[in-house]
Design a protein around this ligand. Structure first.
Ligand code: ATP
Ligand code: MG
Length: 223
């Protein structure tokens, strides 16, 4: 489903050029569930942004369902993300002045498939994460775990075939972590491809495969 080949990505800063991803190659099959670990600053979020087509690599090739991502226009990429990819961003990134249900609705605004049934979809996604009763609240009225669940509802509202989750259990207690990992298990059983970024080995073990990002490359990690 995804094949990354020889990906390079660097950032320029006052301190000079920093090479974050260095000849990185990685592939994931449809329906696979993979965890990515690595120390802070290793480039996990950078990799997620490239996988999610939010950022482009400096060099290398990205194939998504046999399509060359480098060859696609911004508009084509927006469409691809809207229809196929769900994002749980590090630190939630909920829009503060929108209600929970408006936040979850956002990915459907430009979605052709769901637009006519958008309110139904929002309701279903919120029920799935156990937040049906909180749909009218604003993000600041939610607990940390509830915010995380709202972010997950927003990520799955378009029924993505690929779910990219950056530290989705980052600040959660055991109970909420379990709750979210169970939702991921259910999505995996339904055939969703999942890439889960985490610092927590116990969380990573819930995936089928663990990869370690270190020195700009990904290697399989065995526990
Ligand atoms: N937009 C940017 N501009 C400049 N440098 C950046 C940018 N995004 C990331 N970096 C740098 O790239 C490196 C990797 O950052 P990234 O956010 O991918 O790390 P991470 O593995 O997700 O870390 P964490 O576990 O702390 O979230 C860092 O040194 C960071 O400073
Ligand atoms: Mg990060």
């Amino acid at each position: 489903m995804i094949i990354l080949s020889n990906i390079h990505k660097s950032y320029k800063s006052a301190a000079g050029k920093e090479l974050v991803l260095k000849d990185l190659s990685f592939s994931i099959d449809k329906g696979e569930y993979v965890a990515i670990m690595g120390s802070s600053g290793a480039g996990k979020s950078t990799l997620m942004n490239i996988l999610g087509t939010l950022e482009r690599a400096d060099a290398g090739e990205y194939l998504y369902e046999d399509k060359r991502i480098e060859k696609m226009s911004k508009g084509q990429l927006t469409l691809l993300r809207n229809e196929k990819i769900g994002f749980v961003f590090q630190n939630f990134q909920l829009i503060p002045n929108l209600s929970v249900s408006q936040n979850v609705l956002l990915p459907l605004i430009y979605n052709r498939k769901w637009f006519a049934r958008k309110n139904d979809r929002v309701r279903k996604a919120l029920d799935l994460v156990g937040l049906g009763a909180k749909m009218r609240q604003k993000p600041h009225q939610l607990s940390g775990g509830q915010k995380q669940r709202a972010a997950i509802a927003r990520a799955i509202v378009n029924e993505p075939s690929l779910l990219l989750a950056d530290e989705p259990t980052g600040s959660l207690d055991e109970e909420n972590t379990e709750y979210i990992l169970n939702i991921f298990d259910e999505l995996h059983q339904k055939g969703v491809t999942i890439i889960l970024i985490t610092h927590d080995l116990e969380v990573a073990k819930r995936a089928q495969k663990i990869m370690m990002l270190k020195g700009g490359v990904l290697r399989e990690y065995s526990v």
